[in-house]
Design a binder for this molecule. Structure first.
Ligand code: ATP
Ligand code: MG
Length: 427
């Protein structure tokens, strides 16, 4: 029978790669903890309506990329989440998190789903780590979230990253800008890609976001949104820049960086890598002061970002091989009684805090020793028929090949000493 393959755009993350994921998650968790962000886990599927309202029907994500299906018995459509913010905001409203007062700082990580053309750094099931700050319009919130993103990326040792920022103002600012864009693009209408032609009337801001080369070239000379910002928006953007500078965070203003929906406001930003080829954006975010009310909550200012973990993993893999895992003990044994004693010793040592791999092969000692060598263990414990008969064990240090016999009871009584010896072998 033909073996079944994982679906196009999905992949297995195997040992050898998963360590990079764990490193990223651990690094992010530490930095988020230090800034007092709380983790939130929301469902992987939600009502389709949530994403239509929360991301916007004019976007690629909602228009073309969602995995949607009808619920079996209820009369609504369900969608596998294509991003995290909509679910977090729904949870914020539904659980009255705003009633807890002050600012809510939340983060999440997990799988997201978009129907896309798979390529390096672009999949149909992919993973994001993201955060949201709800309840602050302060430009310091914008800068705090950017600083956390740059801290995570820097702590991971990533290089050749740059931060692009922009302000897309508020709804009023954008009304004027929208008209300027329509005026600018209309004479080029026939040269724009099909999506952009359609956006010309529906959502001209998103033309600036087009991936089409020809459209991008035309958009180069489009009017800048920065000329259309009102006093509040200008002030907010200026403060964001000053605060970034005060933290020594380098940035470039990119007036073509947009989010084309009315509930996105003010700051938009991306962190882009020079080392990734076409799928270069590792982190995207911005302010969305209108989203909470759009989803039925009270007016709430908010700002957040999401990082693509596949892209971060690719960068980390390019950067450095991970050190091979090290375990403390590898236990080899032969013979019924020896094997059952080995199982017990392994268990007791683990309960005392050691990492222990038990050879289960039942093969000859020679083969078991070869595996012990490959395992990266600091020491090997050997139980043969002789040791089993006397309830003892041979302790062999892999590096020096030095070997001693010791009773099993004594071995378990000197765990502090063993710990010290293992640590000294590690360095
Ligand atoms: P892109 O322009 O690359 O399609 P996007 O604007 O659709 O990105 P966002 O919705 O802002 O992306 O998501 C934030 C981050 O999630 C991206 O910067 C990227 O790192 C990652 N990401 C988005 N879509 C995918 C995908 N299909 N596969 C892998 N990572 C993705
Ligand atoms: Mg996309």
């Amino acid at each position: 029978m033909d073996a079944i393959q994982a679906l196009r755009g999905t992949r297995d993350i195997l040992p050898g790669e998963i360590e990079y994921w764990q490193k990223i998650e651990e690094c992010a968790r530490n930095i988020l903890n230090r800034a007092n962000y709380q983790e939130i886990r929301t469902p992987i599927f939600e009502q389709t309506e949530l994403f239509k309202r929360g991301i916007g029907e004019a976007t690629d994500v909602v228009g073309k990329e969602m995995y949607s299906f009808n619920s079996r018995s209820e009369n609504y459509s369900i969608t596998l989440r294509p991003e995290g913010t909509a679910g977090v905001v729904r949870a914020y409203i539904q659980n009255s998190l705003q009633a807890q007062g002050g600012v809510q700082r939340l983060w999440y990580t997990g799988a997201m789903f978009r129907y896309e053309r798979p390529q390096a750094g672009r999949q149909r099931q992919f993973h994001q780590l993201g955060l949201e700050v709800l309840g602050s319009a302060d430009p310091r919130a914008d800068v705090e979230v950017i600083a956390i993103a740059t801290d995570i990326l820097q702590t991971l040792g990533l290089k050749n990253l740059h931060l692009d920022i922009n302000s897309i103002g508020n709804t009023e600012d954008r009304q004027n800008y929208r008209q300027a864009l329509v005026d600018y693009f209309t004479p080029y209408k026939d040269e724009l890609d099909a999506d952009s032609q359609e956006r010309l009337t529906r959502n001209p801001l998103r033309i600036l976001d087009s991936k089409d080369k020809r459209t991008q070239a035309i958009a180069q000379d489009a009017p800048s949104i920065l000329k259309y910002l009102g006093a509040y928006s200008q002030q907010h953007f200026k403060q964001v820049q000053e605060l970034l500078t005060s933290l020594d965070i380098a940035y470039k203003i990119n007036p073509r960086l947009v989010r084309g929906l009315d509930y996105y406001t003010h700051t938009a930003f991306e962190i882009i890598s020079d080392d990734l080829g076409a799928q270069a954006t590792v982190c995207g975010g911005g302010r969305y002061d209108g989203l909470v009310s759009q989803l039925g909550g009270a007016e709430t200012s908010a700002v957040g970002w999401a990082m693509g973990l596949e892209r971060l993993t690719i960068l980390l893999q390019q950067l450095s091989p991970l050190p091979a895992p090290v375990i403390d003990f590898y236990v080899v044994s032969k013979g019924d009684e020896a094997e059952s004693q080995a199982l017990k010793i392994a268990q007791k040592l683990r309960q005392s805090g050691f990492s222990v791999e038990l050879d289960l092969s039942g093969s000859g000692f020679k083969k078991q020793f070869a595996r012990a060598d490959r395992s990266g263990a600091i020491a090997c414990l050997i139980i043969g028929e002789e040791e089993a008969a006397t309830s003892s064990v041979k302790l062999k240090w892999m590096a020096s090949k030095e070997q001693t016999a010791i009773s099993q009871t004594d071995l378990l009584a000197i765990t502090n000493d063993l710990r010290q010896q293992i640590d000294s072998h590690r360095t």
